[in-house]
Design a protein around this ligand. Structure first.
Ligand code: SF4
Ligand code: SF4
Length: 53
């Protein structure tokens, strides 16, 4: 997963991941790529299209 620099850490992506793989902090975002099932729900909900898979 690639997070673009314009991510505003809103947490939308973390809230929808069915496997709870994304953690969003004040100024950082981390995810457990190894368990990702590629559903791309997180990519779809990002309001600023900051996620790319
Ligand atoms: S939904 Fe988009 S802007 Fe919000 S934290 Fe996730 S990647 Fe960043
Ligand atoms: S693609 Fe699906 S499983 Fe992977 S991080 Fe995004 S929402 Fe979670």
């Amino acid at each position: 997963m690639i997070v673009k620099e314009w991510c505003m850490y809103c947490g939308e992506c973390a809230g929808v991941c069915p496997r709870c793989l994304i953690e969003v902090g004040e100024t950082n975002i981390t995810f457990d790529e190894s368990s990702c099932k590629d559903c791309k729900i997180c990519v779809q909900v990002c309001p600023v299209r900051a996620l790319e898979k």
